[in-house]
Design a protein around this ligand. Structure first.
Ligand code: AMP
Length: 395
């Protein structure tokens, strides 16, 4: 069974074709600048030469057709015809309060995705366009929506509700949803496999350009740091994470800007970028800190402090923790960051094996010592494989 995984952004389309017999990637690629001048397809078939082509893509429909052409290309292709594709799995950002599991797409599901445009204004419209483009290009094939909010939707009410008038939940579904859900689901599931314990208490630190943290028991999410939008929680590359909402009013009044501009600042100009003034990329911030840049040092200090605080609160929420797992760009690659975060966790009996930590890369690795009371892992996230697995399960 071969599953095509599609992840549409407003002007991009990422794809992977996965052979579910052995979960291997047959080909992957990216369409960029859809609907803008300079559209480009980059196609990477496994075991064959990569190729890229610059060709106009007026919309996602054209992009999907180009992807299918590339997958069936005589020289660079990996399948004979679309008959070889069993189903298509789509990453969809937001399902509001309606779906907490992956779902086979029909008109009702598309309506829910459309109804959630205001909850996911950048992603949901693009996700729907991708779905409709696949339906048009491959009529009759099953399409599955895997929602980024699904994992976090399962958190209990006490963790989900904001302490604001209840009518806003009733009127507008204002609550905490959590994001990076597919990654947290995949990585927490892989952590349970590493532990060999189905009912374990797991904290996953997804530390990438966006960053979030989840607590789960036996693979069921009990809390997660992102909220109604991905802005809540940890300090991120460009997002502020948690802050006193009164800060918004103060800055808006003093800088004479409106709430939309303020939100743009919190999403795109804050986080380690805003604090350090150097970059949103942790490699640049680390290099600046190593050279003595005090704001870069402060940004990294604040970043790991926030992660450690969340780990502490999630340990309390679960009354214990069996494993802590690092994933995503920073979590998988930044050895020093992992060690520095774990330095806060001595009270939990966390002990890191420095050599194992230095060697962990690319595959699931345990980085704690034999006698560490809590296991610590580095597990590469793989949202595409998670989407393909969910799609396979439904078709
Ligand atoms: P992601 O959003 O998961 O793709 O993560 C992207 C982020 O990972 C980049 O912005 C970098 O800050 C970070 N990153 C990637 N490689 C490294 C590395 N070797 N050391 C530190 N940070 C890294």
């Amino acid at each position: 069974m071969k599953i095509l995984v599609i992840n549409c952004g407003s002007s991009s389309l990422k794809y992977q074709l996965i052979d579910m017999e052995n979960e291997s990637v047959l080909a992957k690629g990216l369409c960029e600048r859809i609907g803008i001048d300079g559209s480009k397809l980059t196609h990477k078939p496994t075991g064959k030469e990569n190729y890229s082509v610059e060709t106009p893509m007026e919309d996602h429909k054209v992009a999907v057709q180009l992807v299918l052409d590339a997958l069936m290309d005589k020289e660079h292709g990996v399948i004979e015809s679309t008959d070889d594709i069993t189903a298509i799995g789509h990453r969809v950002l937001h399902a509001g309060t309606i779906y907490s599991d992956a779902t086979l797409i029909n008109d009702d599901v598309k309506k829910v995705i459309r109804d959630c445009f205001d909850l996911g204004p950048l992603h949901n419209p693009a996700n729907l366009i991708g779905i409709e483009a696949c339906e048009a290009a491959m009529p009759g094939k099953p399409n599955v929506a895997v929602f980024d909010t699904a994992f976090g939707m399962k958190i209990p009410e006490k963790a989900a509700m904001y302490a604001i008038p209840y009518e806003y939940y009733e009127k507008y579904s204002i609550r905490r949803y959590g994001f990076h859900g597919t990654s947290h689901m995949f990585v927490s599931g892989e952590t349970l496999k590493c532990l060999g314990k189905d009912d374990a208490k797991v904290i996953v630190c997804h530390l990438g350009n966006g960053a979030s943290i989840s607590a789960s028991i036996g693979g069921k999410c009990v809390d997660t740091s992102m909220g109604l939008t991905p802005l809540e929680g940890l300090i991120m590359g460009t997002r502020s994470g948690d802050l006193d909402p009164a800060v918004l009013q103060f800055i808006c009044n003093h800088e004479n800007i409106d709430i939309n501009e303020m939100l743009n600042i919190l999403n795109k100009k804050s986080g380690v970028l805003g604090m350090s003034g150097v970059s949103s990329d942790f490699r640049d911030v680390r290099a600046a800190a190593d050279e003595g840049n005090e704001r870069a040092i402060m940004a990294l200090d604040a970043y790991r402090y926030r992660v450690a605080k969340y780990i502490g609160s999630y340990t309390a929420a679960m009354n214990g923790v069996d494993a802590i797992t690092f994933t995503a760009g920073v979590g998988e690659n930044d050895t020093q960051m992992r060690e520095e975060i774990c330095e806060y966790l001595g009270y939990l009996g966390v002990k890191i094996d420095k050599e194992k930590n230095a060697q962990a890369r690319g595959v699931a690795s345990e980085i704690s010592t034999e006698d560490s009371k809590v296991k610590v892992y580095v597990i590469p996230t793989n949202e595409e494989l998670a989407i393909a697995r969910e799609t396979k399960a439904l078709v």
